[in-house]
Every structure is written in C-alpha cells, then in structure tokens.
Design a binder for this molecule. Structure first.
Ligand SMILES: [Zn+2]
Length: 458
C-alpha cells in the first residue's frame, strides 16, 4: 500500500503540471473534473465505474444484485447517476485470479468484472435488463471501454497487466461499446473514463486522441466516494465513504456544488461492496444539504466550465457556441475568458465542428498519412500534423481564412488583433460588420464571444 500511496502522490504532482499545460490549447475534448458552482442551487453528479453488476452485494443485503441495489437507492432520492459501464470482460482470458487485497484481485493479466470467472454477471453485453433499467430511470451511461483493458502500460502498479497495443486498438474497443449502445438502445454515448485513469498509449498517443476521434468528453471526477479503499473491516470501509463527505459538507455546505463524485458499481479489493451500504447515508447527507444529484451531462449543461460561473456575462454566448459543437474551451475545461487570444484559437473556434471531426478521423484512419496539400500547410505554418490546431488550419486555408503559403510569416501563436479578427470574419461571413468589443490591443474571448455567436449561430 505504501508504494501505491507514493505513486498516487507523485501522480498528483504530475497531474498539477499536466493541468497547467492543458490550459495552453483549445480542445474538442475537455477533461471534466468539476464545474464552476451552478448559481441556481446545489448540484453534484455521481459516477459509478465498472458495472453493470448482477452479482449479489458482499456482504449480502437482499436478493438484489449490486446494480439493482444501487438503482433502488438512487430512486428513493430521485437521484440520477452516471453509470460508467463496460461491454464485457469475458474475452479477457487466459488469465488467473490474483490474491484478495491486492490490485490483481480480479486477474493478473486483465481485469474481470464483477469477478474472475464471473464475467457473465457483468457488462452491458450480458446484462441488457440492467442497461434498460438505467436508461428508463433517467440515468446516464458513459463508456468505461468494452473490455476494460489499459490504454497503455503502467509498470509501477499494473506491471503484469496486458495493455492495448496502441491508439487504433483503443478506438476499436471504444467503437464496440458505442455501437452496442446505439444499435441496441438507440443511445449515443458522449463521455468516457479510461480504465484506471491510464491515458498514454503504447504508440505515443493518448486517451484525448481516442476521445477526439469518438467525439467524447473525458469524464474525470473531483471527489472520491472512497469505495475502492480497504481497511480490513467492512463497517470501517462503509464509514470511510460517509465520514469524509459529512465533514466536508459540515465545514462548507457549498463544497460539493459542481463536483463530480467517483463511486464504484463493483467490489473493492476485499471483494466487498461497501457502496451498497454507504450510498444511502451519502444521499441523505447530500439531500439534507440541499443537493440535487444529476447526470454529468445535465451538470455540464448548467455550468460547462470549471473557471467561468454561469453568472459571467459571457456565459450565454459561450454556452450557445458550445451547444452548436464549437471548440471554445481548453483541454482542462477552462474557458479562460480574459486570456489574450491567438490566431490558432480563432481558427479552432471558427472550424465547423462536423468537418473538423471528419478531418481528424480521416487522418487517424489513414494511419496518420497526410495528403500533399496538407503537407504544404504543415510546412509553411510550421504545424506538425499532431498539433492540436493542425486540422483547423487545413480547413481555414480551404476557406481562404488564412493563406496556405503564409506570406506574412504568422504562426498559430500570433496574437489576435482587432484588425485580424475583422478581416477573418469578413472572409468568413462576407460581412464587414463583425467587430470585436473592447479596447484591448490583443483580443480576449470576452471581446469576441458575442460577435462570434452572432455570426456563427444566426
Ligand atoms: Zn474501472
């Protein structure tokens, strides 16, 4: 456990760095950890990983399987969960079970849900009735991948685990669950969380690339429900899921407003299911403090960004552009409305969302081969094809918003001036009247979101 704690601490430091870096580029995929507290009340989302799970709770509480038990409790509070489901782990063999109390409890080479040898009791493939009931009762379904195979290697904790050979295999796996949900239930998945939060793929790409291809958001979390930790004592495990939440809410009743809570629709490392006994007291606490538990999609519809509250004057324009699919926020889910803008950001914001997606998919599907004319743009604008803005620049050149030869020797990071904005918008709309607001020499989003929404959404 000490090694694990140290690894988590290192990961936290690393994540802070990554988060700072993630504020650099606009991204179609936003990492959703939490959002700015909605002003109209207290709202939080609860996500449940690794289900559905038809195995009985441990210790056994009733004849209900774990997922049914959780659904029943959620219904008592009119709470809507987000079930981060898998397809099935029944193909994850040959394998052998690891010792209880370790990270390998469910298997040495692969994960198995709900347990080694009991794969049929879990997964959307095997438990259609549970999926149907989740949807009927208004819960959201996100993708925790089809087979729950690591996106890439993690030597420190999961040294013996099999991981995906690379991005194309990760995408194929995601497509399998996506298709199942579309074909069987007419349901379109919008979000995903990688198994064990391992992002990097073996071929040097990441979960963000896979999610960009799938048109998903990265569903993270900001508050740990604690159901995976083990103390060796069941009642203690249950308490450790309730006491920290109680203390946090008593200290500041608003502290969970806008947060995404992490839970498990499955066992902890002791093969027990403390969530079954902890969910009710958790929901009681949240209800007492005036919280409404809504799906992650409903939460981000109320307040999409982590840094910009719904009371900010730019919020209505930002949300309208976001709903139309435009890429306006950074990878860390910050809008950063007062950050000086650059040319690359405007190109991303202007790009037609469907076209941008199909450009990206075509490039990935080709095995990352570039057509000749794209190579010219890559050279003259000094943009590598893997650059987050590359495809937006190819599209912009096609529409005459920028010149492919780049005679002015600009770059994606060239600061955006009033003159440039007016010129590009004249080209884009054919109208001379689209002007940025404010008197800044270098524009911010605050200066352009309103005119942009007017021009793009009319
Ligand atoms: Zn998982």
């Amino acid at each position: 456990m000490k090694l694990y704690d140290a690894a988590r601490k290192l990961k936290r430091i690393y994540k802070r760095q990554v988060k700072k870096q993630a504020g650099k580029y606009l991204s179609p995929v936003r990492r959703l950890e939490r959002v700015a507290p909605p002003s109209g009340g207290r709202y939080a989302a609860m996500t449940f990983d690794d289900g559905p799970d038809a195995a009985p709770t441990n210790p056994k509480r009733s004849e209900l399987g774990l997922t049914e038990d959780l659904l029943q409790t959620l219904a008592e509070f009119d709470a809507k969960g987000t079930f981060d489901v898998i397809g099935t782990t029944e193909e994850n063999y040959p394998d052998e079970a690891g010792p209880i109390g370790t990270f390998n409890w469910g298997g040495i080479t692969y994960d198995h849900y709900p347990d080694f040898g009991q794969d049929k009791l879990g997964g959307a493939v095997n438990q259609p009735d549970l999926i149907t009931r989740m949807l009927q009762e208004g819960h959201e379904i996100s993708s925790h991948t089809y087979r729950h195979i690591l996106f890439g290697p993690n030597r420190l904790i999961y040294g013996k685990r099999q991981s995906s050979p690379g991005l194309p295999a990760v995408i194929d796996d995601l497509k399998q669950l996506h298709r199942l949900m579309e074909e069987t239930y007419g349901y379109t998945i919008r979000m995903s969380r990688p198994p064990h939060y391992i992002d990097k793929t073996r071929d040097g790409r990441s979960a963000y690339d896979a999610y960009r291809y799938m048109n998903y958001q990265y569903m993270a979390a900001s508050f740990d429900g604690g159901g995976w930790q083990i103390s060796g004592n069941y009642q203690k495990d249950v308490d450790s899921m309730v006491t920290p939440m109680k203390a946090a809410l008593e200290n500041d009743p608003d502290c969970l407003n806008g947060q995404i809570i992490f839970q498990k629709d499955g066992c902890n490392m002791s093969k027990q299911t403390p969530i079954a006994d902890a969910l009710k007291p958790q929901l009681e606490l949240l209800t007492q403090h005036g919280y409404k538990i809504i799906t992650v999609s409903d939460l981000i519809a109320l307040s999409p960004f982590e840094d910009t509250p719904d009371t900010d004057p730019v919020h209505s324009y930002a949300i309208a552009l976001l709903r139309a699919g435009h890429c306006i926020a950074h990878k860390n889910n910050m809008l950063q409305p007062d950050k000086p803008m650059n040319l690359g950001e405007l190109m991303m914001m202007l790009a037609n969302p469907r076209e941008l997606l199909s450009h990206y998919r075509a490039w990935v599907d080709s095995g990352f081969v570039l057509p000749e004319d794209h190579k010219i743009i890559s050279g003259s604008w000094r943009l590598l094809p893997a650059h987050p803005y590359f495809h937006a620049f190819v599209m912009a050149a096609g529409k005459g918003l920028i010149l492919s030869g780049n005679p002015l020797n600009q770059s994606w990071s060239t600061p955006l001036s009033h003159e440039m904005f007016a010129g590009i918008m004249r080209e884009y709309t054919g109208s001379k009247s689209v002007r940025a607001k404010g008197a800044n020499t270098v524009l911010t989003k605050r200066d352009i979101l309103e005119p942009l929404a007017g021009a793009l959404l009319s």
